[in-house]
Design a protein around this ligand. Sequence first.
Ligand SMILES: [Zn+2]
Length: 111
Amino acid sequence: MASWQYYVPYQLKCVYCGFDGKPQKAWWLFSNDHLVPQKLGGGNEDLNIVLACSGCNSTKKDFDPTDGSRDPLTPESRDRLIERARNFIRKQRAMWEQDAHWRRIRAELGI
Ligand SMILES: [Zn+2]
């Protein structure tokens, strides 16, 4: 189920970039992200689910926040894993911003 009502309890805020969709009730820009990707054995339990904007979700993709299982997901490590994923997303974005191809496109679009 996807609707505004469904996302209300989550405050509609991206756990990675902090984007707040509440003012526009922009629930369609958000999805549940598996903190530890399913591909790497991450489950559907609440501990492994965070609300992310579609930009962060697609940037994070299959990033492994457990550092190769050296720091497994637990209630205690969860914030640290989120921070690790957040840094990864930030670095990816910074790389794109440096990229000449994307710089040219942004210049053309005036953004
Ligand atoms: Zn985000």
